[in-house]
Design a protein around this ligand. Sequence first.
Ligand code: NAP
Length: 320
Amino acid sequence: MKTILITKYGGPEVLQLTEMPDPVIKDPSQVLVKVRATSINPLDYQIRRGDYASLFDLPIITGHDIAGDIIAVGESVKKWKPGDKVYYSPRFGSSGSYSEYHLTDESSLSRMPDTISYEEAASIPLIGGTVWEMLVVRAQLKKGDRILILGGAGGVGTLAIQVAKSLGAFVYTTGQSILHEKLKNLGADVVIDHHKENYIEEIKTYTNGKGVDVIIDTVGGTTLSDSPLALADYGSVVTLVDIPQPQNLINAWEKNATYHFVFTRQSRDELHHITDLIETGHVKPVIDSIYPLEDVQKAHQRIEDSKRDRPLLGKIVLSM
Ligand SMILES: NC(=O)c1ccc[n+]([C@@H]2O[C@H](COP(=O)([O-])OP(=O)(O)OC[C@H]3O[C@@H](n4cnc5c(N)ncnc54)[C@H](OP(=O)(O)O)[C@@H]3O)[C@@H](O)[C@H]2O)c1
């Protein structure tokens, strides 16, 4: 099978197209999946450049999203059969999705929504579980809440806007001016250009100084310490981004803020909620671009390039 293998850490050039033996079922609860599409997450390039070197042994097959067809099942698997369309996120640390075939335990699998393509489905599993965890499990977002989603044009942001809207929230987000119409079409009520405007001052103006109930941080940096200035009293900040530098949280203390730190575990249950939202038309996967597996280096260059000629909107997909 064709696989993208990482034998040393580095830039996109270390992603090498390689021929590997097809995997075979060894455990009765395993399932063999023909991967039809996968997508790129920042976690993939973080692993590729060695940010998680202490957790992995080289060589690595990375990739955290799969949409495909079951082609064989182990003898104890009763729920699934060859031909079933599935989507899922391979377990963190296990063999990843940049491959023609993927072997997994049946407990990973979710039924792929009927209404979307393999490419659209592959854009969802990792961010789907993440967004549900942030908005519903942690922030307990409810109808009428005001939410600020920082990084609205990214993979997480484009889905978070749609899910927040479906829950009845009033959605503020950040994104480049050229994308404002598209972000509003996804459900954002107000879009602030983070390249031109100070989002804290803008939120204070829009909310008459009250601030928002929930802030979703997909950006990092000083957001944890600064963003409470845009938060209402007793509001919540939910962050996905690791915190390499010490932060002064005095602004959070003054707001009686609650912080939630999210590091997504693979969660089939949370993905089921997103499947429902897709099938009822509340959520539509947002695809930035599609590359063939062989062009994986170009796909990584696009997601990492901070000076793109065309801004990123949604997910970059690899098609098999
Ligand atoms: N903890 C977890 O479980 C988990 C799960 C998923 C993702 N993550 C993390 O969450 C982050 C976002 O993931 P993603 O998939 O959405 O990434 P992405 O698709 O690369 O999107 C990043 C977005 O953030 C925007 N952005 C960058 N700097 C900004 C700033 N200062 N203010 C406002 N927006 C800014 C970018 O806009 P421009 O194009 O204008 O720069 C881009 O639209 C990554 O760090 C990822 O590792 C963590």
